[in-house]
Design a protein around this ligand. Sequence first.
Ligand SMILES: [Zn+2]
Length: 271
Amino acid sequence: MPELPEVETSRRGIEPYILNQQVIDVVVRQKKLRWPIPARLKSELIKQKILAVGRRGKYLLLETGIGTVLIHLGMSGSLRIVDKGTAPEKHDHIDIAFNNNKVLRLRDPRRFGSVLWTRKDPAQHKLLSQLGPEPLSDEFNADYLYQQSRSRKVAIKLFIMNSQVVVGVGNIYANEALFMAGINPKRQASRISYQRYQILVACIKEVLQLAIQQGGTSLQDFTQQDGKPGYFQQILKVYGKTNQPCLICHQPIRQLRQQQRSTFYCSQCQS
Ligand SMILES: [Zn+2]
């Protein structure tokens, strides 16, 4: 599933081709994604210029003078830039064509992705208005996370994966950041000290930044803009490493389930 680093990688990948370009066509081959593609998308978008290519959580925001396209990649979505006239393949559901002869193309085999349109401030959109701060912003800091945690009896891993607390800390990144910070994923959020939250916040930022630098992880269907898989998975330290020796203490990495998601940790190094 594309996580925040993949979405950010996509954003950076498509931005140079579509920023300040004018939309000349919109082709919808499959309108049944997670939510139906708005019928007015084409009439609204045509002749509009893309004024900004933003991201909020895992949503890409294509801003125009009259409204914003919200794109979510769902479970298996990916975006590509192709030249005008490039034949679509199976699962290439939507094209947005620009006056520079480039086409932004959404492929989504499982169709859990979405393309929506709003004329309002996208921050007020119901899908975005409840989201916590961006993990790489200054707003996400130890003071904030510590304050949020004081009344939470939930396990720390579930706490940092809650998008109302902070967006974009998916399962892989939560596992890796907690290992890096030496915090047991089962520990109750309210019982972790301010000092440890300082370390954890730094580790979350580091792990996400590293993943963005590496172009996102490549699990299952995701391929980067240029079609090459990401390489972050090659530097994972605990995720998917059940029974392999911990890189620090050589004890076997343990696995458990927390809310249907796999947790990997070292019981020796993480307390
Ligand atoms: Zn260890």
